[in-house]
Structure formats: structure tokens, C-alpha cells
Design a protein around this ligand. Sequence first.
Ligand code: PLP
Length: 390
Amino acid sequence: MITDPRHALDTRAIHGTTLQDPHGSPHLPIYNTTTFAFPSTAALLDVVDGRKPGSLYTRYGLNPSLFALEETLAGLESAELAWAFGSGMAAEAALFLAHGREGIVCIGDAYGGTLELLSSQLPLLGIPTYFLLGAELERLDALLAGGAKLVFFETPTNPLLEVFDIRAIAQLVHARGAWLAVDNTFASPVNQRPLELGADFVIHSATKYLGGHSDLTAGVLAGAKDLVLPVWNWRKNLGSTIAPETAALLSRSLRTLAVRVRQQNASAQVIAEAMARHPKIARVYYPGLLDFPGHALAQAQMDGFGGMLTIEIAGTGEDATQVADRLRLFALAPSLGGAESLVTQPCTTTHHGLTAEERARRGIADSLLRLSIGLEDPADLIADLEQALV
Ligand code: PLP
């Protein structure tokens, strides 16, 4: 295969690795192998000591199925280096432990598991963590001056699709000698490449758009070599490396990433506009809507507005539950990014772990329903929503 950074993202998603199958298959076979043999001790030591590249032991990440995937992922995110993990949380945990020990600032809403790790677990290890809402950004500089070293946020956020200015925040963070990590799960590299905008790390739950079929669990960390390399031992010794079968499945998925995501962008736009006109909907959160607060910024830093949108039912949390339960095409499930559309009520799933007061402080009303728009015909999805919104 040919890899060329000048090729468009669509091409790099397909021709993203220099590794070739010796038998001519267009796909590398799955190296379903835990260990690799050497012709001599000298040859083994060349790889162990890093003098020569090569496969060695799969948990170390030294397996061709992982090399091929990671080369492609790095190309998609304009990164020097990308590493694949067994889940998005595994990638986050390794990053936080490697680079966040002096203090981590989380801006805005984040996935519930991320909030739990940061608020309840990392402090047990003595790692200071801080939380700022989007409206409290003026406090960031003081936290960095106080020693926090790693800033983390999602954009657009989960579930309110708040858009943060990656370039502006990166400048502020770098002025204090700290690093910026962006969770790019909601956007995918098709719609947004945080490293190009100044972030130091990009994180993915590859379980979502990168996998794209709700059939694999994986994570990604990417960035510059000197920053990603120190995470190596954490992945290796926490044992959170992706499995070769999953790596190969994810490589398969990346080949269709661009067409999937662009279709999901287009469908989400049509559905968001239809929901904005619906009398039973109080509000639609979608960066592609002209009157959405983050629209101009999203237009400036994204190539597409994404396949995620959140609707606020005009009614109570119980009313929203009933709408979710009446949907037929949208499956009631707490994930996103797959070919099938999903609905989730954040107060019962992703943000169930937060107290009602904390959800209210974050503006996460019980009447919100988060929609992950799949690849069905958007007219069928609108009809499904309309029959549920009786
Ligand atoms: N980041 C975001 C934005 C997510 O939505 C999720 C999971 O829902 C994660 C990270 C964690 O990913 P995983 O479930 O692959 O560990």
C-alpha cells in the first residue's frame, strides 16, 4: 500500500499503512499471536532494546495488526504517533497517569466515566483534579499557574454539544507550559483534527465512530512522539493494549469512516432542523443549526457538524422517558457512532452517576434525549421521532 500525507483523509483511511501482506491480500491478515520468534538472541535483543523495529509481544503493542492500525490512525489525526488501547477509558487512564499527575483540569461536560475517573478515582492516588464549566473558563489560568499540567475537554461535548475553541485554549495552556488533550470522539477526524488546531493529545473512544458498527471496544491516544512515547510503559504495564482481532476489525472500519461520518453529518442536520420546528420539542442542541450558540466556532474549526444531537422534550423527565420508550428505529442504548441510530436519556445513563443537583448545575435536564444518528434514511428516522412525540 502507499501512504502519502499529501493524500486526502479519505484516501489515507484506506491506504494508511506501509505494511503489506506478502501474499498480495489488500488487507493485512490478523496476527492473532501473543509472541513472536527470532532467529537468534542477537536479533531478539535488537528489538527488545529498540535498535530495530519489529514484533515481539502483543501486550507491548509490538504486533503487525497494531502497527498497521496505529500508522493509519496517526495519519488520520495528523499525529506523529498513535497508540491503540482496549477502550477509550483505557486510553484516557494511561494519559492521565502518564502526564496528569501534577493536576488535571477538565473543562465542560464530559462522558460520565471520564468524570468518575477524574472526580472519584484519580484523587485516591493523590492526583489533583479540577472541573470548570464552559462559563468558568476565566478560572483556567489560575489553575495552571497553581501547577495543573494537563487540560482535558471534549468538543462538541456530551450531551449538550457545547463547542470549545481548541486554538484559543491551546494558546492559553501552552503559555503556562501545560498540555492540552482533546477527546475527539464526537467529531471523529473527518470533522475535526485537534492536533492541527494546537492540541497536544487527541483521545478517542474508538468504540464509537472509528469502529462505527457497535461491534468493538477500543481507544486511541495520538500526538507528538516525545509526548506519546512516555505513555508506552503505562499501556504496557496496565495491560490495556488493544487485542489484534479488535485492531484488525478497527482497521476494516476506518476504510469506510469518511463516507459514514459525512452521511451521518448530513442526516443529523436534516433531523435537527425538523426537530427545531416540532411543537413538542423545547430546544435542539446541534452545532449545525444557525442559531446554536456554538455554530460559528464549529464552522471555523470543524469540517462537519457531526452525527450527534440532543433534543429537549417540552415536558418532564418522565415525558422524555416515554418518548424514548416509544421510538422503534432508534434503539435505546447508551453508546453512539454506529450504523444504527441510538437514543439515550443522559440522566438515566451517561450522567446517571451525577447527583441531580450536579446535573442541574451542568444544564443536563431530565427532559433531554441524546440521539446518535445512524445510516438509516433520515426521513424514516424523522417519522419515527414524530410517532414517538405524540
Ligand atoms: N469519551 C467519550 C466522549 C465517550 O462517549 C466515551 C464512552 O461513551 C468514552 C470516552 C469512553 O470510551 P469507552 O467506552 O470506549 O471506554
